[in-house]
Design a protein around this ligand. Structure first.
Ligand code: ATP
Length: 251
């Protein structure tokens, strides 16, 4: 479903991703953990093509995202190609990123209407279902400033789902929330995992959640996956000294 093949990203002399290889099959829930600056967020940003990569190829559902095939060769992708493949991916950011001048409902119908060409009535029906799913059916007409951080983040999740993605990326989605609001957002993600056939890639500092929710945990260090495995193994019996040190510091 998602494959990073020898992907590198550099900012000047700084190598942020260093020949990364990562395969995420359809439906798998993968948590990405690791120290600050290890390249976790960069992985998601590359997948959203928010930035270009320096080397390697990223694949989505068997098609290259960063490249396209021309005369049997892979050449850098043009914008139309990137947009087509990227439409399969939804992302939720740490800082909600809702449109402040739009209600929860308007936030959820904007892209389906303008990008997917959906009829307003259909977009509203779908948005209402999604807002209901995230427990906000009573808040459809509220603006972001009238919602708590947890509620805003749940609208952001509904908004991403409104584009019918096959892959969802979550970037530290609870980091900006007051502790008492973290649970409600994690519960929505749990529900998504149970009820929707989504591939999920999640950068998180919530080790308890990563342990309970993920099929696989990847520990990043210096732009590489240093260790990966089922949560029971990675948290229960980490093999790598760096993983052990990191878990010792955060748990
Ligand atoms: P955190 O847990 O603190 O969010 P992270 O593991 O997600 O960290 P990244 O955000 O992926 O780390 O950043 C990896 C490195 O790349 C950091 O050293 C960061 O300073 C650097 N970096 C990220 N974006 C840029 C940029 N636009 N220009 C220069 N350096 C950047």
């Amino acid at each position: 479903m998602v494959r990073f093949e020898n992907v590198s990203k550099r900012y000047g002399a700084l190598t942020v991703l260093d020949g990364l290889n990562l395969d995420v099959p359809r439906g798998e829930k993968v948590s990405v953990i690791g120290p600050s600056g290890s390249g976790k967020t960069t992985v998601l940003r590359m997948l959203m093509t928010l930035e270009t990569i320096n080397d390697g190829v990223i694949w989505v559902e068997g098609e290259p995202l960063t490249h396209m095939e021309r005369n049997g060769k892979l050449v850098p992708a043009d914008l139309a190609h990137i947009r087509k493949i990227r439409a399969k991916i939804g992302m939720v950011f740490q800082s909600f990123n809702l449109f402040p001048h739009m209600t929860a409902m308007q936030n959820c119908i904007e892209a389906p209407i303008t990008v997917l060409g959906m009829k307003r009535a259909e977009a509203e029906e779908r948005a209402a279902e999604l807002l209901d799913m995230v427990g906000l059916s009573q808040k459809k007409g509220h603006y972001p400033s009238q919602l708590s951080g947890g509620q805003q983040q749940r609208v952001a999740i509904a908004r991403a789902l409104a584009m019918r993605p096959k892959i969802m990326l979550f970037d530290e989605v609870t980091s900006a929330l007051d502790p008492e609001l973290v649970g409600e957002v994690l519960e929505v993600i749990r529900k998504l995992g149970r009820e929707h056939d989504l591939t999920m890639l999640m950068v998180t500092h919530q080790m308890g959640f990563a342990k309970e929710f993920s099929d696989r945990v990847c520990f990043f260090h210096a732009g590489k996956i240093c260790e990966q495995g089922p949560p029971s193994e990675l948290f229960g019996a980490p093999k790598n000294e760096r993983t052990r040190q990191f878990l010792h510091a955060v748990l």
